[in-house]
Design a protein around this ligand. Structure first.
Ligand SMILES: Nc1ncnc2c1ncn2[C@@H]1O[C@H](COP(=O)(O)OP(=O)(O)O)[C@@H](O)[C@H]1O
Ligand SMILES: [Mg+2]
Length: 357
């Protein structure tokens, strides 16, 4: 007897600079989800944080797929509290797959809302999402867990729009050049700069400040860029390791999304010792932020020193060409099976939380 499909809502778009990445991932998930098991409903959030009705989301997603538009726009949509029909449609879902990267999607706020209304959802909970989004908090947790990472300095001073001598001296004394400057809350390398000398410091600082009040300065890590994926709640599965090779200065926005010369080498040609270390640190990082569901953990490693962690992503890019699904494909888990697995994990987490309460 055929089972009634479960109702899965997918929440896409959002206000962050990764809006269109979310739409691409969303379209791919809708295409690939096992429709014997699930009936999927898209919930679109536009660039202003307003919610579109379901039919409009479906139409705009199709237009996005056919290159007729590049976002869900700003011209329509309603505040969620003024959209009883969207709220009640959300309430009918058995589970939600939130695939909004960045602010208000990956940082725990959407997850908090879903907790509040009691709907199971894919991925990390509130605390892990917040820690995984904030590069300063993330680094504190990695430090406590003993995971090797670059030296870093955090500046959370709100009114410091321009670099002054005092900050410059602190950076030069503690970090030196080349260094990396990043907004603490961000993604897709937006606002990230590699700084070679004092002359570039001011503009890099200004760029990072455009995206976040809080800025992190890091010592440069040298070596190959390697990525590893983890799935699970209490019992964790870790993937193999892939290498990213880019012809650009570092893995920039264009290297990620438009430069066809960027290469993804899977499996990475690394020593088994390095592979094991990365897999262990990936699991440590997942646990260090109390993550659940899924994460992609990024590293830089050379031949001599310990691999060092760049960051953990609690909602990594999710098109079939993205690293996260490809790492699992290499382990024999297809894109569609991966979606099913993540939804199962969402239910598992939800029921264990209910038992605890
Ligand atoms: N400390 C560092 N040393 C060397 N490269 C770095 C460092 N930090 C970041 N990078 C480079 O910048 C890219 C983006 O940085 P990341 O911290 O991952 O920000 P985002 O969250 O925007 O992806 C990395 O993929 C890597 O290529
Ligand atoms: Mg990154």
């Amino acid at each position: 007897m055929k089972q009634t499909p479960m109702k899965i809502g997918i929440i896409i778009g959002g206000q962050s600079s990764e809006h269109s990445v979310s739409l691409t991932s969303g379209n791919c998930i809708i295409d690939a989800i096992d429709d014997n098991l699930y009936e999927i409903t898209p919930f679109g959030i536009n660039l202003e944080g307003l919610w579109l009705n379901i039919e409009e989301t479906q139409n705009r997603l199709k237009e996005f797929m056919h290159d007729e538009r590049d976002s869900l726009g700003t011209d329509s949509g309603k505040h969620l509290l003024n959209s009883p029909e969207i709220l009640s449609a959300l309430g009918e879902m058995d589970a939600i797959f939130p695939i909004i990267h960045g602010t208000n999607g990956e940082d725990g706020k959407l997850q908090g809302f879903l907790d509040l209304v009691g709907i199971p959802y894919v991925g990390a909970g509130v605390a892990a999402s917040a820690l995984g989004m904030d590069k300063a908090l993330m680094r504190n947790n990695f430090e406590s867990a003993g995971i090797p990472q670059p030296k870093y300095l955090i500046f959370s001073n709100n009114d410091q729009e321009h670099l002054d001598d005092n900050i410059t001296k602190q950076i030069e004394k503690n970090i030196g050049y080349p260094c990396f400057i990043k907004p603490c809350n961000g993604g897709s390398s937006i606002g990230v700069s590699k700084v070679l000398s004092r002359e570039d410091l001011g503009s890099a600082w200004g760029l990072a400040k455009q995206y976040d009040q809080k800025v992190i300065i890091e010592e440069i890590m040298r070596g190959r860029e390697l990525e590893c994926a983890v799935i699970g709640n209490n019992s964790l599965l870790v993937s193999g390791v892939a290498e990213i090779r880019t012809s650009e200065e570092f893995y920039t926005y264009s290297a990620k999304y438009s430069d066809s010369s960027t290469e993804l080498i899977l499996p990475a040609d690394i020593k088994s010792e390095t592979l094991q270390k990365i897999q262990n640190y990936a699991i440590n990082a997942f646990q260090a932020i109390d993550c659940s569901g899924l994460a992609r953990v990024d590293f830089i490693a050379d031949e001599i020193s310990e691999p060092k962690i760049i960051e953990i992503n609690t909602l990594p890019g999710f098109t079939p060409q993205s690293m996260f699904p490809r790492l699992w494909e290499a382990e024999g888990i297809t894109y569609s099976e991966l979606i099913t697995k993540l939804i199962d994990l969402a239910f598992e987490k939800h029921s264990s939380e209910r038992l605890e309460n």
